[in-house]
Design a protein around this ligand. Structure first.
Ligand code: UD1
Ligand code: CA
Length: 460
């Protein structure tokens, strides 16, 4: 088998994105465009992957640490041909086929690339171009063929004649080229075109002139090779990628009530029999167990969620762990570094931050629980607040097992409530409480019978 090296072109600015950010770092399915191309190339098990970076090269490199790829720099972005030239040094001594990919063609699959490489080898071609036939070919380079149907050259939209513009077969920007031809041909490219750029596409015409075999491999699915040049195309690709992710999840037994308005990132893992209601966004390294119900409208990122969990409407969970059988929401906010243990309940308008809520414990209504460790079987009454911040530092609250905290309690941290204690409603706890204590701090009630009418009369 011939050796294959991959060169990914990712140096362009992407002017049509109108963005401060390098185009290949724009995301679909929660991941940068370039990551999909690198992933597809890795799946092929090729010998070497070189990524040509230029515009914001440092930021692009930083986004892919330790991804065993070689980065080479294109200092000035003078065109796709010029970009490939920058990889020559890194490929010195390499003999075989070079697969050229575009960093802005993210939906390409390893299967299609295998098809392209297979045809290239089988037909003993010097260059094989991946093509497609979209409904609207506008903006793409067109594949110009001779009477026999063999490729003659590629013409860019901006250089095409009216007749050439009518051709629907387009250049996907993905090629398999024999290494010895590629770098030799590259030196012959001239920036003589509408954009005054060194076009990689010119090497097709050069191969044909030198009577070398040039082939095309047409994919049936244009979606796979669509290039992202604008925000509009980014949104189109997002939809395609999202559909792919959701289809895969549904195939694995996850119920997605309405795929049109459910957003799940590629990196998320969900087990069978979990149901995701519309409007939910699940991202990052989130892992969700089986038989869990999520949404509608939940936002979950980098969370570990167990089996049989119920996350009700409009809850937000970030970098936290929710164990089996827990109930969250509706409208709960679980902030980073929280652990909600088995069967615990976090109800509506409850915010939890950097806290552990023990097994079977409940905070069902309108509470703030920050920097707290709460034991098992604890009941946190409505409106309870941990006063964790003294204006300078954060302090911890510890509530031991089976404590009952009455409604509207303030726990002024640092403070510890001993096991089995009972805190009366409206108490402000400022000192540690030994186990089994009853704590009350409210003012005794004053009732004056009949005084209401007198008071109202005076006002009137
Ligand atoms: C290119 C092709 C076109 C094809 C289309 C497919 C050329 C001349 N044209 O056009 O035939 O139909 O892709 O999507 O090749 N890049 C660099 N350095 C540069 C210029 C570009 O690394 O100096 C990179 C870009 O970051 C991008 C890729 O090359 O990832 C393609 O460049 P782009 O400017 O988007 O080319 P298109 O006009 O789309
Ligand atoms: Ca492009």
């Amino acid at each position: 088998m011939n050796k294959t090296a991959v060169v990914v072109l990712a140096a362009g600015k992407g002017a049509r994105m109108k963005s401060e950010k390098a185009k290949v770092l724009h995301e679909i399915g929660g991941k940068p465009l370039l990551s999909y191309v690198i992933k597809a190339s890795k799946e092929l098990g090729t010998d070497k992957t070189i990524v040509v970076v230029g515009h914001q090269s440092e930021t692009v490199k930083e986004a892919f640490p330790g991804k065993d790829v070689v980065f080479v720099e294109q200092k000035e972005q003078l065109g796709t041909g010029h970009a490939v030239m920058q990889a020559e040094n890194a490929l010195r001594g390499f003999k075989g086929n070079i697969l050229i990919l575009s960093g802005d063609v993210p939906l390409i699959t390893a299967d299609t690339l295998k098809g392209l490489m297979g045809l290239h080898v089988k037909s003993r071609a010097t260059i094989t171009v991946l093509t497609a036939e979209p409904e609207k070919p506008y903006g793409y380079g067109r594949i110009i063929k001779d009477a026999k149907g063999d490729i003659k050259k590629i013409v860019e939209e901006k250089d095409a004649t009216a007749a050439e513009k009518k051709v629907r077969e387009i250049n996907a920007g993905i090629y398999c080229v024999a290494s010895e031809f590629l770098f030799k041909a590259m030196r012959g490219i001239k920036p003589k075109n509408a954009q005054k750029e060194y076009y990689l596409t010119d090497i097709v015409g050069m191969a044909v002139k030198e009577k070398k075999k040039a082939a095309t491999h047409k994919t049936a699915d244009f979606k796979e090779v669509m290039g992202i040049n604008s925000r509009l195309e980014l949104a189109e690709a997002e939809l395609i990628q999202r559909t792919r992710i959701l289809n895969e999840m549904m195939k694995n037994g996850v119920t997605i009530i309405d795929p049109a308005c459910t957003y799940i990132a590629q990196s998320v893992k969900i087990s069978a029999d979990t149901i995701v209601f519309p409007g939910s966004m699940i991202s990052g390294e989130t892992v969700i167990g089986k038989g869990t119900v999520i949404g509608p409208g939940c936002i979950i990122s980098d969370a570990k969620i167990g089996d049989g969990v119920n996350i009700k409407a409009y809850s937000v969970i970030d970098k936290s762990e929710i164990e089996d059988g827990a109930f969250i929401g509706p409208m709960a906010h679980v902030r980073p570094e929280s652990v909600i243990k088995k069967g615990a309940h976090i109800g509506n308008f409850v915010e939890v931050k950097k806290s552990k809520i023990g097994e079977g414990s409940k905070a069902n209504h309108l509470s703030y629980i920050g920097d707290a460790t709460i034991g098992k079987g604890v009941n946190i009454g409505a409106g309870t607040i941990t006063c964790n911040y003294d204006g300078v530092k954060k302090h911890r609250t510890v509530i031991e097992d089976n404590v009952f905290v009455g409604s509207d309690t303030q726990l002024v941290a640092p403070v510890r409530i001993g096991e089995g204690s009972l805190i009366g409603a409206g108490t402000t706890v400022t000192e540690d409480v030994p186990e089994g204590s009853l704590v009350l701090s409210r003012v005794r009630q004053l009732t004056k019978e009949g005084l209401a009418k007198k008071y109202l009369r005076r006002k009137g």
